[in-house]
Design a protein around this ligand. Structure first.
Ligand SMILES: CSC[C@@H](O)[C@@H](O)C(=O)COP(=O)(O)O
Ligand SMILES: [Zn+2]
Length: 242
């Protein structure tokens, strides 16, 4: 369903005004500032969206994500996809339909990064497939027996985290010219891999989500750690799986 605009979308400042640092309008801004320092959202790429109750809080498109202020934030009613708050002269993030795909499946926060480690992992998986004479499309990033895998949950509807001896499998989808055109393949990957909390996008980055902000953030950190480690392992000729 496409997002629409409600008659009062220009106002409703109360939806983004709070002294609570964990209010989504404040939290998105502070998270994006720290993600910028990790190299995740530089040059306007990447972003973060948070769902609280019936409302989804979304950053504007094409802005320096580390400089955003709460009054720049869009608010969308999840149930009917209508904008309750739409800052003038700004467009909502092109990632909105991808964030919605995560929220439709129960997520409370979705983080999109352009981390170079995520991009490099997608290139290494592609290179390995070509070296074996195989089609890289549909291949996943797989890694096992690394302690940080324990920072990733077992799957939606399952309790607990992956164990040291579990294999982490992250699907990879092909990039498209426009962010929003990734939606169908992202949703297909989410259906094919119902336990996954992340989908890599070839030559682009990664979407990571979690049940709430804290889980989405720590899962994104664990994923990025593993992507970076995997790149270094490959450089040293070390295998990701036995
Ligand atoms: C460097 S431009 C990157 C965008 O095209 C896109 O990939 C992205 O992640 C951010 O989209 P945006 O609409 O600014 O939220
Ligand atoms: Zn992007």
């Amino acid at each position: 369903m496409a997002a629409t605009e409600s008659a009062s979308a220009g106002t409703n400042d109360h939806l983004i005004t709070s002294s609570d640092p964990e209010h989504p309008a404040n939290h998105i801004c502070t998270l994006c500032r720290s993600f910028y320092n990790l190299g995740w959202v530089g040059g306007t790429g990447g972003g973060t969206s948070i769902k609280r109750g019936p409302h989804i809080f979304i950053a504007p498109s094409g802005v320096q994500k580390e400089l955003m202020q709460p009054h720049n934030i869009f608010v969308l009613e999840h149930a009917n996809r209508s904008y309750l708050r739409k800052p003038l002269e700004l467009k909502p993030s092109a990632c909105t339909p991808l964030f919605l795909a995560a929220f439709d499946r129960g997520a409370g926060c979705c983080i999109h990064t352009h981390s170079q480690w995520a991009v490099l992992v997608t290139l290494l998986v592609e290179q390995e497939a070509h070296a074996k004479g195989e089609d890289p499309m549909g291949k996943c990033f797989e890694i096992e027996k690394i302690e940080q895998i324990k920072g990733i949950p077992k799957g939606r509807g399952k309790s607990g985290m992956l164990g040291f001896f579990d294999k982490l499998v992250v699907p990879i989808i092909e990039n498209t010219a426009h962010e929003e055109d990734l939606t169908q393949s992202l949703e297909e990957a989410m259906e094919k891999y119902p336990d996954t909390y992340a989908v890599l996008v070839r030559r682009h980055g990664v979407y990571v989500w979690g049940d709430n902000v804290q889980k989405a953030k720590t899962q994104a950190e664990s994923m990025d750690y593993l992507f970076r480690l995997a790149v270094e392992m490959k450089r040293l000729g070390l295998p990701w799986v036995a």
